[in-house]
Write a protein of this length. Structure first.
Length: 593
């Protein structure tokens, strides 16, 4: 900007005080035909009225040097495309031989006066010819306004022909001065914009600096708070782990078992026992007569084994009634096995082997419930008991005891039915009783023993003795039919559901047509223990299975008379002398209808 101002002051001073150097005017002496030149000048003036002034090379070397120093060159008319002034009317052609006549008529003195050297003359003539022939080639000249009148002298036309250099230079200086002023104005505007931009940048920087400073301060405080919170979080986590450790150390082991899970395992146990009974009884029942003969022969050879089975059946009056119905041998054996497992495994704590441990656990339960302060509720006591039994069942000593007790129970159970086993299959017979009956029952018992929910088994044969020793059906049987899973022996163990009968039978119809044969499978219940000494009502997990005879009395009588007697019935009828002696005063059993 300062350079522009210096240049502006220089141009202004030069414009006001000093004019541009003007080359020396040397008049051209015209000796020949001046009138012709005058005629030619006036004849050519209309056609060149709007043309720019034609200049020649400066004659003086000093003028040439000064012009070069100023930076000005030959002025040529601009092209029409640049917006220059166009001549009005059609352009008149130059007269033929104008240039040649013009330079031929110059006096010798003029040619000698301007004769510089051989090299300068052609250049001067070439310049004049170019100006006369191509006036619109230089766009710089066309940009200058044309203000000369028709009375201005024309270059090369005699005295006064020199161009008005002062006017031209002043015009160009004015144009440059105007351009310089506009450039200076734009530069000033640019400087103002730059200053405003710098001020704005400074404001933004100051604002950002304050923001960054505040953010850094906040970040520092937040980082400090973050470290404090992390330290506090670590401390709280450590305290929580300690609290959880204390809670879990005080809280006994709990293992929740759902009724569905225990029910499925109970179904698997029943199915395994039923399949096993069918396997070892099929050889005897396929040929019924031969089977009866083999059993009776075995009973005569080993009356002790036959007496063991009879004594077992005598313990359950409903099974005696079932033996009078045809095709009930397998049902009676399954019922005996399930009652044996219920009495020796499900109803005894730890198989009745660790009475001392069981007594200690019972004493602790009583103390927790009655003597400690604060008193423990039933849920806490049951949870502690489950943990205690789980510890005992998981010990190595109890594993040895379990194996021993399982083997003893399997031998005892298999011994009841040994009369049905052939001599060559004794080992197979005892092993399958262990694997199919005793071991699955023991596993199910141990699982429910460590559960916080109390699972238990119950069986009710719904029979009673009459005034004359006969076996009668209990009145509770009909009341509990909806909770029993009844199988109709008259229709090949088809299920009988009183709740699904349409219309439902009356009490009189049930008394007349429903006959209780025997109980097969014990029922499975679950009693959930809640908090604050709350004991919920028992939940029936699996219904008790009963074998019934649902039908008219004449149909029942016909079924019993037409069917084959069971093996157990024939075994009872074929009493040996030894059995009579051992029976002593045992009254003769009367098979009722």
């Amino acid at each position: 900007m300062e350079e522009f101002q210096q240049l502006h002051s220089t141009l202004a001073q030069h414009y006001e005080d000093h004019g541009p150097p003007v080359p020396a005017k040397t008049p051209l002496d015209v000796d020949v035909a001046p009138a012709a030149y005058e005629d030619m000048r006036f004849d050519c003036s209309p056609s060149l009225k709007n043309e720019p002034t034609i200049t020649t090379e400066p004659a003086s070397p000093s003028a040439l040097s000064e012009s070069d120093m100023m930076g000005f060159t030959k002025i040529e008319p601009p092209s029409p495309e640049q917006g220059g002034t166009q001549s009005r009317g059609p352009r008149q052609p130059l007269p033929r031989g104008l240039v040649a006549n013009r330079f031929q008529n110059h006096p010798t003195s003029h040619r000698l006066q301007h004769h510089q050297s051989a090299a300068s003359i052609p250049a001067s003539h070439g310049s004049v010819e170019g100006d006369l022939i191509d006036l619109g080639a230089d766009p710089d000249v066309f940009s200058l306004p044309r203000e000369t009148s028709s009375h201005d002298p024309i270059n090369g036309a005699g005295p006064g022909v020199e161009p008005n250099w002062d006017l031209l230079l002043r015009r160009e200086i004015n144009a440059l001065h105007h351009r310089l002023k506009s450039t200076m104005a734009r530069a000033e505007i640019a400087e103002e914009k730059a200053e405003r931009a710098q001020r704005r940048i400074g404001e933004i920087k100051s604002g950002m600096s304050s923001t960054v400073t505040g953010a850094s301060t906040d970040a520092g405080s937040l980082a400090l708070n973050l470290e404090e919170m992390r330290a506090e979080n670590s401390s709280l986590k450590e305290q929580l782990r300690d609290a959880e450790s204390h809670i879990f150390s005080l809280q006994p082991y709990r293992k929740e078992l759902t009724p569905e899970e225990i029910g499925r395992e109970y179904d698997d146990l029943i199915e395994g026992i039923t399949d096993w009974v069918s396997r070892f009884m099929d050889p005897l029942l396929d040929d019924h007569n031969r089977g009866i003969e083999d059993v009776l022969i075995q009973a005569r050879r080993k009356p002790t084994e036959a007496l063991r089975l009879k004594r077992t059946v005598n313990m359950y009056p409903d099974l005696l009634t079932a033996s009078t119905f045809p095709e009930t041998d397998e049902d009676i054996i399954v019922a005996i096995i399930m009652r044996f497992l219920n009495e020796n495994i499900f109803q005894k704590v730890l198989y009745g082997s660790l009475d001392n441990c069981v007594g200690v656990i019972s004493s602790v339960e009583t103390a927790l419930q009655n003597h400690v302060e604060p008193k423990r509720d039933l849920f806490a006591i049951r949870t502690w008991t489950a943990e205690a039994y789980n510890a005992i069942l998981s010990s190595q000593e109890f594993a040895i005891l379990r194996e021993k007790k399982t083997r003893e129970l399997a031998n005892e159970l298999a011994g009841i039915f040994k009369i049905y086993c052939r001599k060559d299959k004794t080992e197979w017979f005892f092993r399958n009783f262990t694997e199919q009956c005793v071991e699955p029952a023991a596993q199910l018992y141990e699982k429910i023993q460590v559960s916080t929910n109390h699972f238990y088994f119950d069986i009710n044969p719904y029979v009673m003795c009459g005034p004359h020793g006969e076996i009668l059906t209990s009145p509770d049987f009909l009341d509990g039919l909806r909770d029993l899973d009844c199988k109709n022996v008259l229709q090949n163990r088809k299920a009988v559901s009183v709740a699904k009968m349409d219309p439902p039978p009356t009490r009189a119809e049930l008394d007349l047509h429903m006959f209780n044969v025997c109980a097969l499978i014990p029922a499975l219940y679950m009693r959930r223990i809640g908090r604050n000494d709350s004991i919920k009502e028992p939940q029936l997990v699996r219904r008790q299975q009963m074998l019934v005879a649902w039908g008219p009395q004449d149909k029942r009588a016909e079924f019993r008379q037409s069917g084959d007697r069971t093996l157990l019935y024939n075994l009872y009828c074929d009493r040996s002398d030894r059995e009579r002696q051992e029976a002593g005063g045992w009254a003769t059993f009367r098979w009722g209808s």
